[in-house]
Design a protein around this ligand. Structure first.
Ligand code: HAS
Ligand code: HEM
Length: 554
């Protein structure tokens, strides 16, 4: 890649990983507050909710968005052999960095403790909203630029399959563009005028609905870069082939159809959305699990093939043959550890999506249990692993302490398994999420003391400490590599995975148009009735909760 693109990508990796130090620190602090180790509303001059906001925003919004753009630049340039536009990539970078700095200022100054979901009635300083909007708009710019590069490539390669990594990148950013339209409207039309004092009130239910239109698609925006690595790189790193190329194409296109219209599954407890809309959302959510099931089976077959190629014997012998601790092939460890976590992250997601079961787990500690095995599982491990891989390739610097590096993902895996087990166990006993338990329920001196939550929060604390330790080891490796001397010529080479079943060119799996039309139709089916409900029964018109109905709704 050119010097300019190399610098853009390196800044896009360096900025969020530096901020991540603060993000990881606040993760540990959250477990400390929850376990009642301290009975304070703040620590080191940072308030509990301020810390939780910094944790969620840095880890789940800033890191993921910067990484997706950096990795997108790299995949487009590598697989299409054409570089994105220089000016567009710098404009995007400047918008994203400025937006992040504005939002960081508002959060660190204690003026935006609104959590990473930032919907009202919590209100932030206008700079937080302006910063968020700039980060989002900055991440839109590359999509339009990559589309130009892609269309140019297509003209010269008629009848050829779109490289799978490019297909995944474009699908991901189209999902991102569509879902962020709703949050841009929420921020610019509802929240900003309210935060600046031009409007006295805000429509809370409309804002929540717009946020969740964005909010669940957001999780697939986090996930798809990892899926690109699973399909197009992992099989090669494992020593084999991708079982089926078409399986990957189908999975990505199904995400395009179903990532957005499922947001209402976060609002099963909102009384102003009808039960029929919620039922449609449940059904579509089971639908969006299908591409992940396809992925699970395709990857298992690909890994089995790799194991056989490495000389495995017996029915499950292939599992032992994979290169788990190969220092020169550390990406395998980062990806496989994430996949193992995702088995549990996915299963708990299906529990959440089941309309009636959701009543049991909603707003409890079960939820952070679920999402640390997804966003802090396969997504996080793929992102930090690939950041190191790109840093290594683009700078030609040798990995610092490779023996330490190769154990980081497994340490993280063990930490998350213990941490999430504690949270889920506690959640099933009614432990709330987003609550400073140390002030009340886990304070023996308080009348609300709940001793039955001691074991679960202690388990979460133990897992949190292991995750924190893994995080610190990663920082040593990442920054150690950053500041070491250049060892070889820089060249970023992704593995070229071939397919076991390399099916012939099928136009439907190599064109966006039919899928985009279907996407719009499904979104309309899911969201027109929901928005009508929200507009009709919004604000004071919301129906009261009926104790006779365990699933609230009109
Ligand atoms: Fe979720 C809430 C449902 C996936 C993240 N989710 C959240 C929140 C976050 C989040 C952050 O329906 C909290 C939001 C908040 O703050 O309130 N989620 C699902 C479902 C899926 C799902 C059905 N979630 C994700 C992903 C996330 C994520 C991915 C981040 C990246 N989630 C929900 C629901 C809620 C929710 C409700 C709202 C709950 C409430 O009440 O508030 C599905 O997409 C999951 C499908 C996944 C699978 C797993 C496939 C397994 C694979 C691994 C294979 C392993 C191999 C390894 C091959 C079916 C691919 C083999 C191993 C060897 C050693 C060889
Ligand atoms: C929330 C711990 C890393 C994403 C939380 C909570 C805890 C926690 C205890 C609060 C649960 C609650 O009371 O509701 C940790 C620890 C980490 C870590 C110990 C590692 C040392 C991560 C990573 C990500 C992440 C790497 C994402 C990439 C989130 C999100 C929330 C959260 C999105 C929700 C914030 C909110 O409710 O507003 N974490 N976490 N965490 N964490 Fe982590």
């Amino acid at each position: 890649v050119s010097r300019s693109l190399k610098n853009v990508i390196l800044i896009e990796l360096f900025v969020p990983i530096t901020l991540l130090i603060l993000g990881i620190y606040h993760g540990l602090m959250q477990t400390v507050y929850r376990a009642g180790v301290i009975h304070q509303s703040s620590a080191v001059k940072l308030d509990y909710y301020q810390g939780l906001t910094l944790h969620g925003v840095i880890n789940a919004i800033v890191l993921t968005t910067f990484f997706a753009v950096a990795f997108g630049h790299a995949t487009i340039a590598y697989y299409l052999k054409k570089e994105p536009n220089k000016r567009a990539s710098w404009i995007s970078l400047i918008l994203m960095v400025t937006g992040t700095l504005l939002a960081a200022y508002a959060m660190l100054a204690g003026k935006a403790s609104v959590l990473y979901t930032f919907y009202p009635p919590l209100k932030a300083h206008p700079l937080f909203y302006i910063g968020t909007a700039m980060l989002i708009v900055g991440s839109w710019v590359p999509l339009f630029d990559w589309m130009v590069v892609y269309l140019g490539w297509k003209k010269e390669h008629r009848g050829e399959k779109i490289p799978l990594a490019v297909l995944g990148t474009l699908v991901n950013f189209i999902i991102w563009f569509v879902c962020t339209l709703a949050v841009a409207y929420e921020v610019l039309v509802l929240l900003l005028p309210w935060a600046m004092g031009y409007k006295a009130t805000v429509d809370v239910t409309l804002a929540r609905t717009l946020f969740w239109f964005f909010g669940h698609a957001l999780v697939y925006f986090w996930l798809l870069p990892a899926y690109i690595m699973f399909y197009t790189m992992l099989p090669k790193w494992a020593g084999g082939k991708l079982y089926s190329d078409n399986a990957g194409r189908i999975a990505f296109f199904l995400f395009l159809l179903l990532s957005v219209p499922v947001g209402v599954h976060h609002q099963f407890s909102d009384p102003n959305i009808s039960q029929s809309s919620k039922w449609v959302s449940t059904l579509l959510t089971f639908g969006v699990a299908v591409p992940s099931f396809i992925t699970a089976f395709t990857l298992a077959a690909s890994l089995e093939y790799a194991g056989w190629k490495r000389g495995a014997k017996g029915l499950l012998g292939w599992v032992n043959k994979l290169p788990y601790l190969d220092q020169n092939n550390y990406m395998f460890g980062y990806l496989i550890a994430g996949l193992i976590l995702f088995i549990f992250g996915g299963l708990t997601g299906i529990v959440n999506a089941s309309y009636a079961l959701n009543n049991v787990v909603h707003n409890t500690a079960w939820l952070p249990g679920h999402f640390h095995m997804t966003v802090a599982g396969p997504v996080f491990l793929a992102m930090i692993g690939m950041s190191l891989f790109m840093l290594n390739g683009l700078t030609g610097k040798k990995i610092f302490l490779p023996k330490l590096n190769v154990i980081v993902p497994y340490l993280w895996l063990i930490g998350v398994l213990i941490f999430s087990s504690g949270l889920m166990y506690g959640g099933l006993m009614g432990e709330p999420r987003r609550t400073n338990l140390g002030m009340t329920y886990l304070n023996p001196g308080h009348e609300l003391y709940h001793p039955q939550w001691v074991p679960s929060t202690m388990l979460a604390l133990a897992g949190g400490i292991i995750m924190f330790a893994a995080g610190m080891c990663y920082f040593i490796v990442f920054f150690g590599t950053c500041f070491s001397k250049k060892a070889t010529e820089s060249s970023l080479v992704f593995p070229d995975t071939s397919s076991y079943h390399d099916e012939k060119y099928i136009p439907l799996f190599n064109s966006f148009k039919p899928w985009l039309v279907m996407m719009v139709i499904i979104i309309m089916i899911a969201y027109i009735p929901t928005l009508l409900d929200v507009l009709r029964f919004g604000g004071p018109g919301a129906p009261p909760h009926l104790p006779s109905s365990p699933t609230p709704g009109i």
